[in-house]
Design a binder for this molecule. Structure first.
Ligand code: XMP
Length: 329
């Protein structure tokens, strides 16, 4: 292990020697740990010559935008523009049921918005931003050959790289990747030194395409997004209350476009089925389903059916990866 204070000082030096004093830098914040720590580090080095953008694609979790913007602004004082592009994303996704199509559309839309952000910034500054910050980690960079002099060997597991969809190739931005020699646990240590709040550093991973991979089929169908948000919030809050959040790699709810018959009060209902998924994992490449206590499951199921309109059946996903993936799409 390296001392993270030294890594931080070294990275700040590198950033300052790479950039000219009037170079501006842009960064897309996803709300995840990596992009947040990378941006916070660059901000410490160059201050408000950093310009971040956070895109609300309409596929975020319950109050996610408010929660991450609060951390960016109040805790980290990052210069962030929040773009509400929900309508734009959702109208492009209307009627689309193929999982790969959904991902492609989201990736493409994201690039459009990022492009527009960069162009607006260029008009404001009177010059093009020169660099782009990315929260790339060591396992993303390395296939077989560690960077010379990095002191890293390749004994660690390699994680495949899925990002928010890639960024415009014709933008001609040079990259700043201040985390590219670090592993996830080291990024968390660095984040701690940079005063990123502890609960934020411990958040479960969330996929770039967001709830689109957790609402099976057409995401714009009925109030599917709203239902999955409410169920997910109840599930995660119950996990936190039970004190088991940090023992789980990822936990979430999935909306199934399936209705089943139920009885609530003395009414027959014909409502949606949701499923809950929680897994343990080292790196997301393989995973085991998490075994909850039966009392926990009983409570959470009851809470969901009592509080979320349109749901009358809760199921639990008890499949490991492989053969399943962690996400449902
Ligand atoms: P799967 O579903 O492939 O997921 O077993 C493995 C891990 O990767 C996350 N994931 C993604 N993250 N963009 C991301 O940024 C994506 O398109 C994407 N797909 C899956 C998933 O949440 C899990 O942690």
């Amino acid at each position: 292990g390296w001392k993270m204070e030294d890594v931080m000082d070294e990275e700040i030096k590198v950033i300052n020697s790479t950039l000219a004093p009037d170079d501006h830098v842009i960064c897309a914040l996803s709300g995840g740990v990596d992009s947040t720590v990378a941006a916070t580090l660059v901000h410490k080095a160059i201050g408000d010559r950093l310009h971040c953008v956070f895109v609300d694609n309409g596929l975020l979790r319950y109050k996610e935008r408010e929660r991450v913007m609060e951390t960016f602004e109040s805790d980290l004082h990052l210069p962030v523009t929040c773009v509400d592009a929900s309508d734009q994303f959702l109208s492009k996704l209307k009627g689309v049921v193929d999982p790969e199509m959904k991902r492609k559309i989201i990736g493409k839309e994201f690039i459009c918005i990022f492009d527009a952000f960069a162009q607006e910034l260029e008009q404001k500054l009177g010059k093009k931003p020169a660099f782009l910050v990315q929260g790339t980690l060591y396992p993303d960079v390395i296939e077989s050959c560690p960077p010379p002099g990095s002191g890293r060997t390749h004994s660690h597991t390699i994680k495949s790289h899925h990002n928010v969809g890639g960024l415009p190739k014709d933008m001609k931005l040079k990259l700043i990747e201040p985390l590219k020699l670090l592993f996830k646990d080291e990024v968390r240590q660095l984040g701690k030194i940079l005063k990123v709040p502890e609960p934020f550093l411990k958040r479960h991973p969330f996929p770039g395409p967001g709830l689109a991979v957790r609402v099976l089929g057409d995401v714009t169908e009925g109030n599917a997004l709203d239902i999955v948000r409410q169920v997910d919030e109840i599930f995660i809050q119950s996990i936190k209350d039970a004190g088991i959040y940090d023992s789980i790699w990822q936990a979430f709810a999935v909306f199934l476009p399936v209705k089943s018959v139920g009885v609530q009060g003395d009414q027959r209902t014909h409502s949606y089925v949701v499923t809950l998924r929680a897994v343990t994992s080292q790196d997301g490449m393989t995973a085991d389903w998490y075994c909850f206590e039966s009392s926990f499951l009983k409570d959470v199921s009851q809470k969901i059916c009592n509080n979320v309109r349109g749901v009358n059946r809760v199921t639990l996903d008890i499949t490991s990866k492989p053969p399943s993936t962690i996400e449902w799409e």
